[in-house]
Structure formats: structure tokens, C-alpha cells
Design a protein. Structure first.
Length: 412
């Protein structure tokens, strides 16, 4: 019997160390973490108190027996997962243990972008007009209804993977196959795999929020920076703790209505919304913490710990969500210029980094072969930098300096 009386939190997988260790570190300070993984943990051991090896962390029903065995030895207070491919599996486990977030239908409405659209449409939440299609002929007919430009997107992926803007039928026909056939490790697949959506112009933002009893509490908002048109690659994000949208009545109403329409009652969400010339348009809702270091930026700018907030909600506890500071932070991702580039060496010249640069992290090692988008997508990133400062301009200048001081040698 343990003498450590911190709540026991079951975490399903962890993701890449460069992008997720900060969550495990903060949660491990106040919770005992038991990890479900497919291989013995490495860097995670510093932050966890135990682990169970399972055959497949995307198989929720397959993990139930191991979860019940763990709960028979000591009470499990919550289940948490921040990996898009595994959030539905985590909901299966939470459901079996009778814990918050154990509503698989709720999570599936977020995981499946078509179900998201159907639910939002039923409550009249503003969104781009969508049509689900299987063939290029169906896609051409759908775009004829939504109009051009149109957006093609995979139904079951996240992180803007495979999302592309097409200007006319010829571009649609040329791009459809790559969108339909795009797969990622452990990604969801559907018989009707592609959405054709009405194009919403304007900038895009994302909101990380905790939800308890159906009430949405936004914690911080990120303004997305896109690149590699016509693809919608997320090349950076900027978070201002005092962003006026967080206090805008219409924006907050749409955010709450979105969760109400999805029947999302308890958990942590990452909602993406376009600020279009025709008004707000909800793009998607992820039933998890945001990726791309956005929660980390939120912690830098507001003082709110997103890992602890997510853990608290998963355990049915009241999270601490009172901001203690009002700063600006940003993240920028870096890529090579050409497809199939082999990295010989990569490092940041730290002597040239201003104090506002918080992190400067290579994410590939010498010998790696990488490509920029669209071939490289998320896995084409070679490094990232984060910065925090009192103003937006200072933050952007610091990220510019980080980019200038990234030294990469490639094999000819």
C-alpha cells in the first residue's frame, strides 16, 4: 500500500518528448501518474510512479481489463490523454472506470469531423458548409454547391494535416487523391473519408478550455500562423493573455454553443474558429489539450498550468484557472527548403539569442532526412523556438532572432 496520497491519474501514452514533457512534469508534481504504453518508458520515468504495457494504446476496449486491474489494486481518480489518435480510446477506459470524460459518443463527435458538423448544424452554430464525399466526382459536385475556393480536408486527422484550399475544379481534381489517401500512424479512417467545405476567409484562432458540467471556461487563445499555401500548415502560434476575444460576448457565446451542440460536458478542449468577413465560423473541436506547444505558451502568458487544469477536470476536481500574469508568447517552427534533405548538423547559436527566447530546440538529429510541407507536414519540422515578452512586437522580434541563429548543415 502506497504512503503517497496524491490522486492517481492514468495517462494514455505521452507523445513526443520535445512537445509534451512539460505537461507530464507539471502533472507529476501533484498527481501520481500511471502510464499505459506499448513499450517500457524512457524519459517518462522521471515523472511517473508506475506503468502498464498494453498491446495497443488506440484500442480502448482492449485496455479496459488492464485499467480495471489497476483500479482493483488502488483507486484511479482520473484518465487523461492528449493525443488525438487516442482520445477515444481514453474515453472507453474512463467509461469503464466510471470517471469524468467517460462518454465515448461525446468524444467521437469531436474526433469525427463529419459528426462535428452534423451536431453544430443541428443547433445552428455558425460554421462552413460541409459535405462528406468518397470520390472525386462527389467532391466536384459538392464544391459546385459550396462554391470556390473550397477546402478539402481528411475527415479523421488533426493539426491541419492534409487540409488544402482549391480554387477551381481542376485544382480540386488534382488534389483530391492526396487528401483521400493521406494516412498518419494510428490515424482514424472512414468509408467516406473527405470533407469538402465552404472556404472561410480571415485569420484563425484556437481556444484551450476546461469544461465541467457543460460549462466552458476558456483559459487562453492562440492566433494561428499558416504557411505553405495552398496547404494550411501551422508554422507558428501567438498567445496574448489579454487578447480581447476572450472577453468578447459573441465569441464566448459561440464557444459555449459549440460545446452544448456537441454534448461536451466534462474535459479539456481545443477549439479552432475562423474570424471571417461573414462572422465567426467554427472549424473544429478537439477533445484534448492543444498541440504545437500552445498550452505551454498559455502557461507562460497567464500563469495557468494547463496540465494541472486538465488533470483536475479528469479527476472531477475544480481546476485553478485564475490568471496571475498578462504576457505575450509565441512559437515558430522551422523547416528545410527542399524535399528529402539529409541533416548533417543542426544547432542554435545561443550567443545570438535575445533574453526573450524561452526555448530553442532542434527536433531532428544528424542523419535525419526531412522534407518541408506538403510532403513533410508535421514531421518535416526540424526545430522550434518559443519566446515570451510584454508585447507582441518584442515576441516576434525574438522569434526572428531565433530563426536567424538556427544553423543547419545539410548533406549535398
Amino acid at each position: 500500500m502506497t504512503t503517497d496520497h496524491r490522486p492517481l491519474l492514468l495517462v494514455i501514452a505521452t507523445g513526443m518528448r520535445h512537445y509534451r514533457e512539460y505537461l507530464l512534469r507539471s502533472i507529476g508534481a501533484e498527481y501520481r501518474i500511471h502510464l499505459f504504453a506499448t513499450a517500457d518508458p524512457g524519459w517518462e520515468r522521471e515523472h511517473i510512479t508506475g506503468w502498464t504495457l498494453v498491446e495497443n494504446t488506440t484500442d480502448g476496449p482492449g485496455m479496459v481489463a488492464a485499467a480495471l486491474d489497476l483500479a482493483a489494486r488502488e483507486p484511479v481518480h482520473g484518465v487523461l490523454c492528449w493525443d488525438e489518435a487516442r482520445i477515444l480510446a481514453a474515453a472507453h477506459v474512463a467509461e469503464a472506470l466510471g470517471l469524468p470524460g467517460g462518454d465515448t459518443a461525446m468524444v467521437r463527435r469531436c474526433r469525427d469531423k463529419h459528426l462535428t458538423r452534423v451536431a453544430l448544424d443541428a443547433l445552428g452554430v455558425p460554421q462552413p458548409r460541409p459535405l462528406a464525399v468518397s470520390t472525386v466526382e462527389e467532391a466536384l459536385k459538392a464544391a459546385g454547391e459550396t462554391g470556390y475556393p473550397a477546402i478539402l480536408k481528411p475527415r479523421g486527422l488533426g493539426g491541419s494535416l492534409g487540409v488544402i484550399k482549391v480554387e477551381d475544379p481542376e485544382e480540386l481534381a488534382g488534389a483530391f487523391g492526396s487528401v483521400r489517401d493521406l494516412t498518419v500512424p494510428d490515424g482514424a479512417t472512414f468509408d467516406v473519408p473527405v470533407l469538402v467545405e465552404e472556404y472561410a476567409d480571415g485569420p484563425e484562432v484556437s481556444v484551450d478550455a476546461v469544461v465541467q458540467g457543460g460549462v466552458v471556461t476558456p483559459l487562453f487563445l492562440a492566433r494561428k500562423i499558416l504557411g505553405y499555401e495552398p496547404y494550411c500548415e501551422e508554422v507558428g502560434h501567438s498567445v496574448d493573455a489579454l487578447d480581447p476575444l476572450l472577453r468578447d460576448p459573441e465569441f464566448c457565446r459561440v464557444l459555449q454553443d459549440t460545446h452544448t451542440a456537441l454534448g461536451f460536458t466534462d474535459g479539456f478542449t481545443h477549439t479552432e474558429i475562423k474570424l471571417s468577413s461573414r462572422g465567426l465560423r467554427v472549424i473544429e473541436v478537439n477533445g484534448r489539450l492543444g498541440g504545437d506547444m500552445i498550452p505551454y505558451l498559455g502557461s507562460l502568458t497567464t500563469g495557468i498550468d494547463p496540465g494541472l487544469a486538465a488533470a483536475a477536470v479528469a479527476c472531477g476536481r475544480t481546476p485553478e484557472v485564475t490568471p496571475s500574469r498578462g504576457l505575450v508568447a509565441g512559437v515558430r517552427f522551422f523547416y528545410v527548403d527542399e524535399d528529402d534533405t539529409t541533416i548533417e548538423s543542426i544547432e542554435f547559436d545561443e550567443t545570438g539569442l535575445p533574453a526573450a527566447v524561452d526555448r530553442a530546440v532542434p527536433v531532428v538529429t544528424p542523419g535525419a532526412t526531412v522534407s518541408p510541407p506538403p510532403k513533410g507536414t508535421l514531421w518535416g519540422r526540424i526545430a522550434y523556438a518559443t519566446a515570451v515578452s510584454p508585447t507582441v512586437d518584442e515576441c516576434h522580434a525574438a522569434l526572428d532572432a531565433a530563426e536567424a541563429n538556427l544553423k543547419v548543415k545539410v548533406t549535398a
